[in-house]
Design a protein around this ligand. Structure first.
Ligand SMILES: [Zn+2]
Length: 97
């Protein structure tokens, strides 16, 4: 590993902390709304949030980025990062065949 020269730094749009890009989760604003981009490869305008801080997934903190889509984005983050039990997936226990 000899790539310590340059670590890309990005700023979380929620808490404004600067962190190495790989510690943050990328979000891309698409025409259909914000999309989580764990691979960082989607084209488009990207923004970053802390995947390890639930307070950074709050709707009001995302409104600056996502506007009217902030609630949708907050929910997506909570589902993906927080493993929030969603009502639709309550029968997720392994079913013994
Ligand atoms: Zn943050």
């Amino acid at each position: 590993m000899s790539r310590a020269k340059h670590i890309p730094i990005r700023q979380c749009i929620a808490c404004r902390e600067r962190r190495p890009k790989r510690e943050l989760l990328r979000i891309v604003m698409t025409e259909g709304g914000p999309v989580l981009d764990p691979t960082g490869r989607r084209p488009g305008r990207g923004a970053y949030v802390c995947p390890d801080r639930p307070e950074c997934w709050a709707e009001k903190k995302l409104r600056r980025l996502a506007g009217a889509k902030a609630a949708e984005l907050a929910l997506a983050l909570q589902m993906v990062l927080g493993n929030v039990a969603c009502p639709a997936s309550q029968n997720e226990q392994p079913s013994p065949q």
